[in-house]
Design a protein around this ligand. Structure first.
Ligand code: DON
Length: 315
């Protein structure tokens, strides 16, 4: 493959300047106490609001982790740009966008947001992500294919948190409704229940902040996992995923995010945020309390600081 050799990837020591800088930001941002842990998926309500970890992986595959870096949480919406990449890789960009738009919706993640052609506005809101999942085929079965590619992004085999999966499968009726609307609009490839179940499973994949940073770094460097050296998606597909993250990844905060942070990113309701600074760093942050848009309060603050201090803004 064309990535760096595996033995080049190493855990940088804790005393490195990058780790010290991350620790400084973590300590400062930990003082923020606002936000609320998501509870509409009942299992997520058990999260400890004080858990807080930050990880960075460089374009050369070096990783730097501070705080609760080994704590496992579920991907939730952070799965969306990666499943979008799976669909684009399999079907091509135009075919995927026959089913889902590419415009920021300016609306919450669970909005009923369909464009004039009956397509969900973009693949980052729930409606668009469920449609995107429905498009994936894969020879080994849809979810196994999704799990396998997302595992390649992370550089290790990811498993499903069955409790979170079950909790969302039992309560996620709004997502089912979004699926049926998209089926009625002719853009979801049915059956709806199968698409929604696979969407719940992808959302329940269990990760750490280090996994997020490796996944982000893989997009940042154009589709080759910098830790394993394996190509996961084409350079073009990686760019497409970064593009939709940049325009739609932070929902109705996408504009504000672009202004203040300026790094393609994706948040999830469990409290994770993944950010991919093109050509530079993959970043992962986890802290469960969320703002009203469903983005981690400390995660947003930490990434704002990182972007500012290290000049990571794209523009
Ligand atoms: O579909 C849902 O509601 C969740 N599985 C994922 C939503 C989510 O993570 C929104 N992001 N902040």
């Amino acid at each position: 493959t064309d990535g760096p050799a595996v033995d080049e990837a190493q855990e940088a020591d804790e005393g490195s300047p990058v780790s010290r800088a991350l620790e400084g930001i973590r300590e400062e941002v930990a003082a923020l106490s606002d936000g609320r842990v998501a509870d509409y998926i009942p299992e997520l309500a058990h999260a400890d609001p004080d858990t807080f970890g930050i990880a960075a992986v460089s374009a050369h595959g070096r990783s730097y982790c501070v705080g609760d870096a080994e704590h496992a949480f579920t991907l939730q919406s952070i799965s969306k740009p990666f499943v979008y990449a799976v669909a684009v890789e399999e079907l091509g960009l135009d075919a995927v966008h026959g089913h889902v738009g590419a415009e920021p919706s300016g609306e919450p993640f669970n909005a009923i947001s369909l464009d004039e052609r009956g397509r969900p506005e973009n693949p980052m809101i729930n409606a668009g992500a469920i449609v995107t999942t429905s498009l994936v085929r894969g020879t080994e079965g849809r979810f196994e294919h999704i799990r396998s590619v997302l595992s390649d992004f992370a550089g290790r085999r990811l498993s499903v948190d069955e409790d979170v999966y079950r909790s969302e499968a039992e309560t996620g009726h709004r997502n089912r409704a979004l699926g049926y609307l998209s089926l009625a609009g002719g853009v979801l490839v049915g059956p709806v229940e199968e698409a929604v179940q696979d969407y719940f499973r992808q959302c329940a994949l269990s990760v750490t902040v280090r996994d997020l940073a490796v996944m982000a770094a893989t997009l940042s460097v154009g589709g080759v996992n910098p830790v394993t050296g394996r190509r996961v998606v084409s350079q073009r597909t990686a760019r497409h995923a970064l593009s939709v993250m940049a325009s739609c990844g932070m929902y109705d905060r996408a504009g504000e995010w672009g202004l203040r942070v300026g790094i393609p990113a994706k948040s999830g309701v469990s409290g994770g945020i993944l950010a991919a600074a093109p050509g530079a760093f993959g970043l992962g942050v986890f802290s469960p309390p969320l703002d009203e848009a469903g983005n981690s309060v400390r995660g947003v603050a930490a990434l704002e600081r990182l972007s500012d201090d290290y000049d990571l803004h794209m523009l």
